[in-house]
Ligand binder design. Structure first.
Ligand SMILES: C[S@@+](CC[C@H](N)C(=O)[O-])C[C@H]1O[C@@H](n2cnc3c(N)ncnc32)[C@H](O)[C@@H]1O
Length: 221
């Protein structure tokens, strides 16, 4: 990653350029690039573009969009989501990185929780296109009051074969409570589906010097 005088961050991802605007001065949570994204990006790059080519991927709380744009560079069809207030920056970054040599990266509003899901049109997208292969959750557990609605969303967007990449930093000890909520969640449709959480071993990824990383692959079936 490099940062130039124009304030843009530049990356080489899957041997292709990615350029990102951020809002480092605004105090906005969504306008910054959070460090675990870089750890996940490094992990994805080591898996190689073939893991993601032609896959259907949805990112929750995408922030400035690095991971969504990177995965589209690998040839994936990505639905990049966040709160409506975060969409102008996401749109700008996806537009900057539009490339004939990439998969699609479509930006859409998705606030967590039942209401946000119903307003988003994601249910219709899933009916037309089928389940997502991967869901990306990078640094979304920093506010315990959001855990319940995050679980509600994951229950609605995770198909039986979908792999959720869940990565976060244990900042204040309660981030891990999301795992407890996932394990205790009862399926809203009354089925016996439950979340299974597998830890990604710290020898399987490079933490890039970031301390306190929790990294899991989650399934719901
Ligand atoms: C710490 S940032 C992480 C951003 C990005 N994933 C990264 O790692 O750089 C948390 C993100 O979650 C989003 N977010 C917070 N609450 C949300 C909610 N209720 N519904 C949808 N997104 C939310 C924020 O807008 C922000 O983009």
């Amino acid at each position: 990653m490099t940062s130039d005088d124009d304030g843009l961050l530049r990356f080489n991802v899957f041997n292709k350029p990615v350029v990102l605007a951020t809002e480092t001065d605004s105090g906005s949570v969504a306008g910054k690039l959070w460090s675990v994204s870089l750890v996940l990006l490094d992990y994805f790059q080591k898996l190689g573009p073939e893991t993601f080519a032609d896959k259907k991927i949805l990112e929750l709380g995408a922030g400035v969009g690095l991971l969504s744009i990177a995965l589209s560079r690998a040839g994936a069809s990505v639905t990049c989501t966040d709160l409506p207030s975060a969409l102008p920056m996401l749109d700008e970054n996806c537009e900057k990185n539009k490339n004939a040599d990439s998969g699609a990266c479509r930006v859409t509003a998705l606030g967590w929780g039942v209401e946000g899901f119903e307003e988003s049109g994601i249910a219709q997208e899933m009916q037309t296109n089928g389940d997502y292969d991967y869901i990306i959750c990078a640094d979304l557990c920093y506010d315990e009051s959001l855990h319940d609605i995050l679980v509600e969303t994951l229950q609605r967007i995770t198909g039986p074969k979908t792999v959720v990449y869940l990565i976060y930093i244990d900042r204040m000890n309660f981030d891990i409570m999301l795992n407890v909520k996932l394990c205790e969640a009862e399926d809203p449709e009354g089925t016996d589906k439950e979340f299974r959480i597998d830890m990604v071993k710290d020898t399987d990824y490079d933490c890039l010097g970031v301390e306190g990383i929790h990294f899991y692959k989650v399934m719901y079936n």
